[in-house]
Ligand binder design. Sequence first.
Ligand SMILES: Cc1ncc(C[n+]2csc(CCOP(=O)(O)OP(=O)(O)O)c2C)c(N)n1
Length: 666
Amino acid sequence: MIETSPLKLTELYKNNLDTDTLINLYKRMLLPRLIEEKMLILLRQGRISKWFSGIGQEAIAIGVTMAMQKSEYILPMHRNLGVFTTRDIPLWKLFAQWQGKEDGFTKGRDRSFHFGTQDYNIVGMISHLGPQLGVADGIALAQKLKNTGLATAVFTGEGGTSEGDFHEALNVASVWSLPVLFCIENNGYGLSTPTSEQYNCENLADRAIGYGMESHIIDGNNIVEVYTKISSILNDIRENPKPVLVEFKTFRRRGHEEASGTKYVPDELMQYWEQRDPLTRFEQYLIDENIITSDQIEDWRNEIKNDINAGLETAFAKALPQSTPQQELADVFAPHEYVQVEPSGENTNIRLVDAIKDGLEESMNRYDNLVIMGQDIAEYGGVFKITDGFVEKFGRERVRNTPICESAIVEAAMGLSIAGMKAVVEMQFADFVSSGFNPIVNYLAKSYYRWNQKADIVVRMPCGAGVGAGPFHSQTNEAWFYTIPGLKIVYPAFPADAKGLLTASIENPNPVLFFEHKALYRSVYGDVPHGYYNLPLGKAATINHGNDLSIITYGAGVHWAKQLIDEMHFDIDLIDLRTLAPLDTESIKASVRKTGKVIILTEDNLTGSVAADIAGFIGEECFEYLDAPIRRVGSLDTPIPFEKGLENNYLPTSRLKICVKELLDY
Ligand SMILES: Cc1ncc(C[n+]2csc(CCOP(=O)(O)OP(=O)(O)O)c2C)c(N)n1
């Protein structure tokens, strides 16, 4: 039965809040409810596309947002309309966003709540649900490092808690004592999946114990409880930075999205929760207590409905995006004006590994908002010793050992960038980036295009074969990323390039995957300028000038080709691409036009490699200049074997020599 007894409601809503606050909480809940009711009508009329309803869950978004300071970041989910309205985003702009209008938050590039806005300190979700939990860690880390005393709140459904991101994010937040409020909205179902099939513990809040974290269970349908308890938890978090997990018990009263219905929900359950509607129940309480009157409610409803209609009218009148392919392409990366910093003129002959260390150190000196994160990188200096001595120079706050959780750390790097910092993430081995793949390709790569949020992050990737390390410590996996718009890929072959390209990558506000070949780390020496200098991304280098054949390659391939040219005295043009994205297409064209024959050499296995794409480009752009078929030379289409002899068979060096001879004789 509906709890209408004044006594019971008095008990339920017992509080010390003043009348204004109570009325404000009510009106704040009323707004998203009325917006939703309108949206359901528009949906039926086919005037908006999808709708994820938060009806019955409003108390959580509103209570949490009201308890937050406006300067604190909130990372809401698809049912948290109340976060957006409580931050006072103009209604027309929200509606324009949902309609894909030019003046929405994403210029029509992403739908519904998939956007963020720095103006309102809101960072919306990506569809994958979990990644924002780690992003919240990064934002909170930035607040902690900057001593702002601000907390960060992030939402997830109970379904999202089954994702690895949830576990990684909670663990990192706990290990680093980050001021994050993790909010689980446990609304009974994840799409059609009931909680009994989602997790096997009584309360999700209990999971906090495993992470050494405080937790609370809160009635998510009681606005007073949400607001007062969260206010007090946040005060505590701000003073003593630490993460807190809150499980809000609530219920999803409508379908996962409107079209899918609620057939699988038992009627009694629906009725039970309808009786606990956070808005109508609180309204009854306020009337019973003579805090508001029915007339006032009527007036507010009319006022809000008028605002909604006005907002809709404005949004409907707004233009759809009128873009061109050029404009779309120009918005994939954050703008950056590269300013050349010339080298000092004084050089020392050092190894590639030393040059990378140098570049990193110069950048740490140059940017005091730069943080490096990675496994074993602090006192231990990283497995390749690149950050050896950094803790002593820059401190543990900026040189951070991480737990083994590639996803959460990439996400945390994104959070740092959102909060105005720079991050370098060291993958212990490039192979392990697969465990952080999702946030790189879906969050970092797409965020500038989606809502103009830069991802000022370099992911360092110790990669490559030739060290007898087997299938999981030898891959060169640049092709996994080459196809993704929004990522830059740098792959130096020489020490001086490595240093100058690393500093340039760190300067650049976009996500850069920086490949460092392990076999070259300690075998390749070169003269490297002292001090800070940079090199532009997207410029290839000609390592050997020749006329009979072009070899276009990068990384270890440059050294294999150079060795062959030196041994055989071939007249070959050798192009070291140095960066793959952006690709120096002009240098490729110039070389192929000069020689008329070309090999694209890659250490990667051939199928689907970067070489395949470059071959396609040459076929299209240089066809009239070719005197022989374009040849790709790469590794076998097998995993990389461990044993030295097998690894040699796998790698393309022997096939390169044959191919060079065939082409020269063609
Ligand atoms: C990684 C991933 N897997 C699956 C989905 C599809 N999906 C979208 S929402 C959803 C259910 C989410 O449930 P929950 O986290 O409890 O949030 P709720 O929708 O109940 O608010 C699913 C399965 C997705 N978006 N991302």
